[in-house]
Each structure stands twice: as structure tokens, then as C-alpha cells.
Write a protein of this length. Structure first.
Length: 165
């Protein structure tokens, strides 16, 4: 089997070398693309022909696939992954809310979000978003941002608490 594979590799390398030499010798003409196609078929034939000629050597009946197949079907504990995803989502939510205020040059002291993201639970959803703002300059702008948050996260006004300090 190893002799077969080594001779096969030698034939492929030899075919590629011959093809390269022929392509280097060829002048740039209209017929070059046709000659390259014939060379490609020659290399392809050199790759495939040993496999076709030696079908009896390359039998896979001896391989016991059951020996390599895995029989373990372990249950994966999804709860830790769910908790990490929930934490990442809440952090991203907090960053998005902070960005809305900071884009309008409003300083946020603290932003906390109380939410249950597990949709299988009865109380799933955002319970409370508490935002503490430092030195509010424009109440109209704060109300505009507040409305954006309410609409974006589809929560009621009672669930959004903005504290001015």
C-alpha cells in the first residue's frame, strides 16, 4: 500500500513538473489556453488513473467504522451558557442605553437593568431600567431619549426610572 502511494505521488509530481515546463516553453499565443486545458487534463488523468487501475488495493471493506464511531451521547448542561449569554445581553443593553445619553453629551453616573430573559418563565422581560444622570442640562433632550428607549425596548414608562442628580 505504501509503495502504491509513493509511486502515485511520484507520478503526480512528475506530471506537474512536465506541465510547468511545457507552460514555460509555450509562447503567448491564441492557442495557449487550449494547450493549458490539455495539460490540466493530463495532470488530472495522472491523479485519477492509479486509483482506477488499482481498485483491488484500495478496498475499504477492512476498515471497521464502528470502532471509530463515538457512542457517547452526553447531555450538555445549557444553563451555564444561558447565564453567560444573559449576562452579555444585559451588558450590551446597558452599553446601548449609555451610548444614547453619551451621544447627546449627557453624563451617566450609573445604569442598572433588572430583567428576566428566560422566555419559559412567567415573568420574562425587562422589569426595571434605572439610570442616574449627572447635571442634566436639557430636560427636553432627556425626555426624547427616554421615549426612544421606551419604544426600542417596548417597555412601559413605569419600567424606566431616570434619576437626576
Amino acid at each position: 500500500m505504501i509503495n502504491f502511494l509513493s509511486s502515485w505521488a511520484e507520478q503526480i509530481v512528475l506530471a506537474v513538473i512536465i506541465a510547468t515546463i511545457i507552460e514555460l516553453i509555450l509562447p503567448n499565443s491564441k492557442n495557449k489556453k487550449y494547450v493549458q486545458m490539455v495539460i490540466g487534463i493530463y495532470v488530472l488523468f495522472n491523479i485519477i488513473s492509479p486509483v482506477i487501475k488499482n481498485k483491488d488495493i484500495l478496498t475499504f471493506e477492512e476498515i471497521n467504522l464502528k470502532k471509530y464511531a463515538s457512542n457517547s451521547y452526553e447531555e450538555v448542561d445549557q444553563t451555564s451558557m444561558d447565564k453567560r449569554l444573559e449576562k452579555i445581553y444585559l451588558e450590551e443593553l446597558e452599553q446601548n442605553i449609555k451610548a444614547k445619553f453619551e451621544d447627546n453629551e449627557i453624563t451617566i453616573i450609573k445604569c442598572t437593568i433588572d430583567a428576566e430573559l428566560d422566555t419559559s418563565k412567567k415573568n420574562a422581560g425587562i422589569h426595571l431600567i434605572k439610570i442616574k444622570i449627572k447635571d442634566p442640562k436639557n430636560d427636553e433632550l432627556i425626555n426624547k431619549i427616554k421615549q426612544e428607549i421606551l419604544e426600542e425596548y417596548e417597555i412601559s414608562e413605569e419600567k424606566l426610572n431616570i434619576i437626576l442628580s
